[in-house]
Design a protein around this ligand. Structure first.
Ligand code: 3PG
Length: 318
């Protein structure tokens, strides 16, 4: 598994500080059900190491990492316990170098140009940005990131469901992290349903799925033009002819030939296609990746569901 790519696709990493390691299995179940199958379990509590070991052994669907890793000893202990990635609040050469030498994904905290220079020179591609809000939030990252073209950021610290899209909307943000869905009182009071629902809400907000257009299959260009004009007339939409279809506004697409779907297709917009494919994939949706289209940067641009919904083919788009 490509750990860093999986972190990107999950999109939000719950940062866990747990007092009773035995609770980690229930917590991981809630995270999984809520759609966030990852846990950065921190060394902020004495139970951290044991919780990592239990989660790594008993929660195979959860991507388990270690957080607040300050020393090489903690780093080694985390890896021995089954952690798949290491996160540090700041940049410590010994921890980073140990991870690089042992091919362990590591995300050290970098909040200034000097930290970023070290990270680039160590060959890192992703770093943590902590504490994100207190350090100037996404506007600070937007000033820092262009100087370090290959480096992407995982902000944590003050990030929550409300402001996370400010970060995730910037293409240099790898993923967000935080404790807001796993607050200590929720864990201590075993509020697993509440944790699940905060996660689900965050995922829904992150994906931002909405219907963008309906595609109508027409016999030929003449019919497509006629139908598009009808919609333009009654709805006051703009008529826009393309190569294979004619749009009435942005909501109606009249295909010049019988396209995908028994009844036509539905274009569904989302914030990030890779993330959406990952999360809908977890819900059992299959995608026709063979016919997927990519942009110039190699990012997924459009992809169809394998199955139709009610006779409609469905494709994702940005
Ligand atoms: C971390 O270690 O990443 C932070 O404690 C997360 O910050 P938060 O509690 O503000 O989410």
């Amino acid at each position: 598994m490509d750990i860093l790519k999986t972190i990107h696709d999950i999109g939000i990493v719950p940062v866990v500080a747990i007092d009773d390691a035995k609770q980690i299995v229930d917590l991981c179940k809630a995270l999984e059900k809520g759609g966030l199958p990852a846990a950065e379990i921190t060394f902020r509590t004495a139970a951290g190491r044991e919780a990592i070991a239990i989660a790594a052994k008993e929660c195979p669907n959860i991507l388990v990492g270690a957080g607040t890793v300050i020393t090489v000893e903690q780093c080694k202990a985390a890896i021995e316990s089954g952690a798949k990635f290491i996160v540090s609040p700041g940049y410590f050469d010994d921890v980073v170098n140990y991870c690089v030498e042992n091919s362990i994904p590591v995300l050290p905290g970098c909040t200034n140009a000097s930290d970023c220079m070290k990270a680039v020179n160590a060959g890192l591609k992703i770093v943590k940005f902590f504490p994100a809000e207190a350090c100037g939030g996404v506007s600070f990252i937007k000033n820092l990131a262009p100087v370090f073209g290959q480096l992407n950021f995982m902000p944590t610290g003050g990030v929550n469901t409300k402001n996370m899209m400010d970060y995730l909307g910037y293409d240099r943000i790898h993923a967000c992290g935080g404790t807001w869905m796993v607050k200590k009182d929720l864990i201590n009071d075993a509020k697993w349903d509440e944790i699940e629902s905060i996660c689900a809400d965050a995922v829904k907000n992150m994906l931002g799925l909405k219907i963008k257009h309906v595609g109508i299959n027409c016999e030929n260009e003449e019919e497509a033009s006629k139908i598009a004009k009808q919609f333009c007339t009654i709805l006051g939409f703009d008529y826009k002819a393309g190569n294979s279809s004619i749009f009435a506004g942005t909501a109606i697409e009249c295909n010049k030939t019988i396209g995908r779907g028994k009844n036509g297709h539905i274009g569904m917009a989302c914030n990030d296609l890779d993330r959406t494919v990952y999360h809908l994939g977890r819900m059992g949706v299959e995608f026709d990746m063979e016919n997927a289209k990519y942009d110039d940067n190699g990012k997924l641009k459009t992809v169809y569901f394998k199955d139709e919904f009610g006779g409609f083919a469905i494709h994702l788009m940005k």
